[in-house]
Design a protein around this ligand. Structure first.
Ligand code: ATP
Ligand code: MG
Length: 299
């Protein structure tokens, strides 16, 4: 079942671009809908299976990384425990019960390659979030080492890059150093693991929050919405990078002439189908199983 918006019998804390977030007596419930956003604008069409892919892929990475850093995930199958069986059909596979954290107002971006806003910034003055890079790098070049390029977490509109000093001002030096170190470790771990699967992790974004006096990883991790994934083999042999992430949508949007301010245009059905197929494919490439195989096992 395709889901654009949910209305559950709990207090709605937030409707993000992609997730509906509810407060329950057991923690917060994150429902990954099939909404799609690009350039911080939500599109009017849902993408079939996208919410399930995001939810299950996030859970996969939370399991893979929990010994490196604790995370917010309590249960990936909370429907019965929360008395939501009347909503089983719309929620199946797409909701996670999580510890309700106090999110830090910082997006922890790690980049191993020069792409996106980092490429734009680099062209201007050879720096990215205050980090000076070598001269003469080309678009998508591998950086000498991965860099932490935090940004603000804007309530609405676009996130703005900030320096590490600004992160220290916002959350204190101990927390700032902790989330920088964990973000870089997570990137290194995922980059190595994905390379074995012929995928390059160009850059990705993490969020952290405080729960029970401890800093934990929250939100989503290493999904196609929070990461750039490239096909490794062509890139490594010097050919154009093929993207598994939202680049397909960004390219479509650029070519369509839409000016990137709301409302977003309706998408043709073949573009919707291609996007859905891409989300499912990246899920299979990363986890080694199809989403259907995984969900059949969970039943
Ligand atoms: N464990 C958690 N505790 C508290 N808040 C969380 C937790 N995990 C995720 N969140 C918040 O829930 C929201 C998830 O919604 P979604 O991913 O759709 O938002 P978004 O539109 O990407 O982000 P934003 O709200 O930052 O614009 C985010 O605001 C995220 O910070
Ligand atoms: Mg988000």
């Amino acid at each position: 079942m395709t889901v654009y918006e949910t209305n559950l019998p709990f207090r709605l804390i937030a409707r993000g671009k992609v997730r509906d977030v509810y407060e329950t007596p057991e923690g917060i419930l994150l429902v990954a809908t099939d909404r799609l956003s690009a350039f911080d604008v939500v599109f009017p069409d849902p993408i079939p299976r996208k919410g399930e892919v995001l939810n299950q892929l996030g859970a996969y990475w939370f399991r893979e990384t929990h010994s490196m850093v604790p995370n917010h995930l309590k249960s990936i199958n909370p429907i019965e425990a929360l008395g939501l069986t009347d909503h089983s059909e719309e929620l199946a596979g797409r909701c996670s019960l999580c510890h309700a954290a106090q999110p830090f107002p910082v997006e922890c971006v790690v980049r191993g390659y020069l792409e996106g806003s980092a490429w734009t910034d680099y062209q201007r003055d050879q720096t990215v979030s205050g980090v000076r890079l070598p001269a003469g790098l080309e678009r998508r070049a591998r950086l000498p080492h991965p860099i932490f390029t935090p940004s603000t977490k804007a309530e609405s509109g676009h996130d703005m890059p900030i320096s590490f000093a600004k992160v220290v001002k916002l959350i204190g030096v101990d927390a700032a150093e902790f989330i920088r170190a964990r973000s870089l470790e997570l990137y290194h771990f995922a980059h190595a693991e994905l390379l074995n699967k012929d995928i390059l992790l160009s850059d990705t974004k993490f969020e952290f929050g405080m729960f029970d006096g401890e800093i934990i990883l929250i939100d989503e991790a290493l999904t196609p919405d929070s990461s750039r994934f490239w096909e490794a083999e062509p890139y490594l042999s010097g050919k154009a990078a093929v993207s598994y992430d939202k680049q397909y949508l960004r390219d479509y949007v650029e070519a369509s002439g839409w000016n990137k301010t709301p409302p977003a245009p309706k998408l043709p059905s073949d573009v919707i189908g291609n996007l859905s197929a891409r989300y499912l494919e990246i899920f299979r490439l990363i986890t080694g199983r199809t989403l259907d195989e995984l969900e059949n096992d969970q039943i």
